[in-house]
Design a protein around this ligand. Structure first.
Ligand SMILES: [Zn+2]
Length: 460
């Protein structure tokens, strides 16, 4: 981990200064991003072409011991592991698949093992894996000198007939490399289509939309020509070649009127926060559009009621969406009402703090466990779009209440989330520098976060 960090630093610092200079000249020209006819660089989706060619690690060093240094690394074949562990050769790997009603012992017999070897091998493995839990269809690589299989949690179990020690079994960690990619592109109609064109992984995009969703309404605020950018990491299993995880490190958006840039920060390995480069949280207390892929079908204000025909105040906003579309909690809080409420049909109300409440109506279904008194987290699914109560078609009627007064959810000013704690600010700034060095190293001289660089403005 530290080795790759050092390589990253040594290899990239030289690139930062010229990139900054370029940026300064671009900034002084003051050209708006969207009027530029030059296309933004395309991401390189092919793993072999991913930027940069060599795996890097931009996470800060962790003081905990790395399991990779404790457990041996898995090898591609059992034969390789056998050679590594014993210094002698064994036969080639052969693949056996666990049949219905067959245990590991029976499989090993089928593979030609002697009964005494089977007993000793099974005994050794039973201390490492739950043999009863082995699934039918499990692939077991078998050689005369040992065998291996992969458990559900992605760890490899090797069993080796060591010429000196007899049968031993141990876990091995599959080697994983991390690849960083920076993707930047222009949005023509939808962020989803633009992201698909850039081959951005679904999970990275979902995280991006969630973070930006606090500040931006992707259904209504995006104009053609707005640009998005993501720096994400993909973890690839070096044996199977499969992607095992994606981690978004930076999310940027260049809107016609403003620029947004947010950085991931891992607080303690369990909690992840997103902040702008000054440490202000990306999270708002409430999400303005607690549903994705919906169309605003009726806004807040005076309107002719679709059923009664009378003019009356519509004290919420309606989002048309297919029945069953998930509705999420606009903010963390406590459910105060959940169930049928007259013309609202199936209805949920959440109290977020002493000032803010949100309400959701006409659901087809309320999610399991969403009952009064229950705590919900922002983004948690609370129910599904429907047309219950006084409604002409499937939609979400959404209300934000400030001090129990219904306000326009699309325009009410919402307070920002918490700032990064002062004692973590130095760590956070180091993380920001690493991310920015990475982005600049791709040659991207204009990216959303740079607009906010204090050094460029002479302010802090
Ligand atoms: Zn409504």
């Amino acid at each position: 981990m530290i080795r790759t960090m050092a390589r990253l630093k040594a290899g990239r610092t030289a690139l930062i200064a010229p990139a900054l200079a370029l940026l300064a000249s671009a900034a002084s020209a003051m050209e708006p991003v969207r009027s530029d006819g030059m296309p933004l660089p395309q991401s390189k989706p092919d793993l072999a072409l991913l930027y940069p060619a060599e795996p890097v690690d931009i996470s800060l060093p962790v003081p905990r011991p790395d399991p990779q240094t404790i457990l041996p690394r898995a090898t591609r074949t059992v034969a390789e592991m056998y050679l590594q562990q014993t210094g002698t050769e064994t036969g080639k790997d052969a693949l056996y698949t666990l049949k219905n009603g067959e245990g590991l012992g029976k499989l090993l017999r089928r593979a030609g093992y002697e009964a005494t070897d089977v007993a000793a091998a099974v005994d050794a493995v039973s201390g490492r894996a739950s043999l009863r839990a082995l699934p039918v269809g499990l692939d077991v690589r078998v050689t005369p000198g040992g065998f291996a299989f992969t458990t559900r949690n992605g760890r490899d179990i090797f069993a080796i007939d060591d010429p000196e020690e007899g049968w031993v079994a141990f876990s091995a960690i599959r080697p994983v490399e991390r690849y960083l990619s920076f993707a930047q592109g222009v949005i023509n109609d939808s962020i989803y289509r633009a992201a698909a064109d850039s081959n951005i992984p679904d999970d990275a995009l979902a995280e991006y939309v969630r973070i930006m969703g606090f500040s931006v309404d992707f259904q209504r605020e995006i104009r053609s020509g707005d640009a998005f950018e993501l720096l994400y990491e993909q973890q690839i299993d070096q044996i199977s070649g499969e992607k095992i995880a994606t981690k978004l490190h930076y999310a940027g958006l260049m809107l016609s009127g403003s620029q947004l840039g947010f950085y991931r920060f891992d607080h303690d390995g369990s909690r992840v926060g997103w902040y702008d480069r000054n440490g202000n949280s990306a999270a708002r207390t409430l999400i303005r559009t607690p549903i994705s892929g919906a169309r605003l079908s009726s806004s807040y204000g005076m309107r002719k009621h679709p059923i009664s025909g009378y003019n009356r105040m519509h004290k919420g906003v309606d989002f048309a969406a297919p029945t069953g579309t998930p509705i999420i909690a606009a903010g963390s809080g406590v459910v105060t009402k959940s169930g049928w409420l007259g013309s609202y049909g199936r209805y949920i109300r959440i109290r977020h703090n002493s000032t803010y409440d949100t309400a959701y109506a006409h659901m087809s279904r309320i999610a399991r466990g969403i009952t009064p008194g229950r705590r919900v987290e922002q983004g948690q699914i609370i129910g599904y779009v429907g047309s219950s109560g006084r409604s002409t078609g499937p939609h979400l009627h959404y209300e934000i209440l400030v001090n129990n007064r219904k306000v326009n959810p699309l325009t009410v000013s919402l307070p920002t989330g918490e700032k990064i704690p002062a004692e973590l600010l130095a760590d956070f700034r180091s993380q920001v520098e690493l991310v920015e060095a990475e982005v600049l190293a791709t040659g991207s001289v204009r990216f959303a976060a740079m607009e906010l660089l204090p050094s460029e403005r002479g302010v802090n």
